[in-house]
Write a protein that binds this ligand. Structure first.
Ligand code: FAD
Length: 442
């Protein structure tokens, strides 16, 4: 029996492993380290589940259903498995996990520097120093909203917001809103702001269209059952591209509603192509709107075809195949908007997120600032990273996706410690092999 009741977390000293971040990925790592009786501490700059407390908008619900909310040793146990958690519910879920596992979390402790030394790593925080043989970076993939360069050219009297600063439509000035980006975030914000009575334009680049339900089941049922989400990082054709793909256009709601560009159009939102530049206050959009939408429709239909093929060889109760209408695009979409004429008062940059490694003083970042790793085994002895998109599998950045990765990586870490800090090979990905034809997943 494992004793999960570690108490009185030390504020500094020596340990085998420092885990940085107490989101679900750091806590899952802690659980697996506990299972192996590996001494460790989890350092968290805020509270447990800090990102869900501080960096999400008020109306956001998970786009993964409750039945999919599971972590090592723990799973959703409420009475609404097909529902979607609100932000306070996600915070409660992750806090409950921290309590259940008695993770040795030191909250309100910001890691300010990690340096390599002859005994492993020196981890400095704003309240003490740690010496560790190994470090697991679980500090999140979405610490910073990634604004494109063009944001610098926007006239100063227009309010620029990122999803981290957006809470709800009531905070916006009266007037039009330009939402840049059509991933899950951009779509959800454009929908909410449009419904609140603002005139909304959405700039649409590459996106991943996906129905909420297909053949009578939630799309996540199919993504799991077909094995699509288990595809391994070393089997993905272009893993760099896969790691940068926008999140699928999904929304979690009690009526399981679908949200795509057609729904936005029906609700009065105007579509434009990708925002290419702002010159003298004129926003210029690409003419490729029709093409990017056609490509997203094509990929979605390929994905549905993959699911149909799987169903043919697996007995499962479900409805007949169906296809959605293609995205309706204008023959002559908006190519420019004058940002000087007062019609647009706010721009929301729903253009993705990136991690922040400004505290990491170990030379493991590539020239784009991405951490160099092989399936989570970082390019520095005894250092690991968890929770990044397609880290070891397609599901890696999702709550339900972290367990397999963390089990692989803590096994590797254990061997590393046992070997006295000698380099060892990355672990093989050890789950069911998924379908080979993953067309539609980018
Ligand atoms: C808008 C949005 C919607 C999402 N929806 C879903 C969904 O529906 N379902 C799903 O499964 N996933 C979803 N995700 C993806 C994913 O679950 C989240 O990004 C999740 O927060 C990642 O967990 P994590 O533990 O890797 O990182 P985080 O939750 O970000 O945790 C990292 C922790 O590290 C701490 N930290 C960072 N830097 C330091 C430092 N220097 N010192 C100390 N502590 C530090 C942070 O405060 C934070 O608490 C969504 C993500 C976003 C952005």
């Amino acid at each position: 029996m494992i004793d999960f009741r570690q108490k009185n977390v030390r504020s500094a000293g020596a340990t085998d492993v420092v885990v940085i971040g107490a989101g679900h990925a750091g806590l899952a790592t802690s659980y697996c380290l506990n299972e192996r009786s590996i001494d460790h501490v989890v350092l968290e700059r805020g509270e447990v589940a800090n990102s869900w407390r501080k960096e999400r908008w008020d109306s956001l619900k998970l786009l993964t259903p409750n039945w999919q909310s599971r972590l090592p040793g723990f799973r959703y146990a409420g009475d609404d498995p097909d529902g979607f958690m609100s932000m306070p519910e996600v915070v409660d879920f992750i806090q409950a996990y921290a309590d259940f596992s008695s993770a040795p979390v030191k909250t309100n402790t910001t890691v300010t520097s990690v340096r390599q030394n002859e005994d492993g790593y020196r981890v400095e925080t704003d309240s003490g120093q740690w010496q560790a043989k190994s470090v697991v970076i679980a500090s999140g993939a979405c610490n910073v909203a990634a604004k494109p360069k063009v944001a610098d050219s926007v006239p100063a009297d227009i309010t620029s917001l990122t999803p981290h600063l957006y809470r709800g439509p009531e905070q916006l000035d009266v007037g039009g809103v330009l939402v840049v980006g059509a991933s899950a975030t951009g779509l959800q914000l454009a929908d909410e702001i449009g419904r609140a009575g603002h005139d909304v334009t959405i700039a649409v680049g590459e996106h991943v269209r996906m129905p909420r339900t297909y053949r009578g089941h939630d799309i996540q049922v199919w993504l799991e059952r077909t094995g699509i989400l288990n595809e391994c990082y070393d089997e993905v054709d272009d893993v760099v591209r896969a790691r940068g793909l926008p999140s699928p256009q999904l929304i979690g709601s009690s009526d399981r509603k679908m949200l795509d560009l057609n729904h936005l159009i029906d609700n009065g939102v105007r579509l434009a192509g990708r925002l290419m530049g702002v010159n003298d206050g004129i926003a210029q959009f690409s003419g490729s709107l029709r093409n990017v939408c056609a490509l997203a429709d094509l990929k979605m239909n390929r994905l549905l075809g993959t699911i149909d093929n799987w169903i043919e060889t697996h007995p499962v109760l479900c409805d007949a195949p169906e296809r959605l209408d293609d995205t309706q695009t204008d023959d002559s979409p908006t190519l420019s908007v004058d940002l000087n004429d007062g019609s647009i008062r706010t721009i929301i940059w729903a253009t993705g997120f990136r991690p922040d490694y400004s505290w990491l003083d170990v030379p493991v970042l590539d020239r784009k600032g991405r951490i160099r790793h092989d399936g989570g085994v970082v390019d520095a002895p005894g250092m690991y990273v968890v929770g990044l998109p397609v880290l070891r599998r397609r599901k890696s950045s999702f709550i339900h996706g972290v367990e397999d990765d963390v089990r692989d990586l803590t096994r590797h870490l254990h061997s590393y410690l046992d070997a006295g800090g000698r380099e060892i090979r990355p672990p093989d990905v050890s789950t069911v092999q998924p379908l080979k034809n993953l067309a539609g997943m980018g």
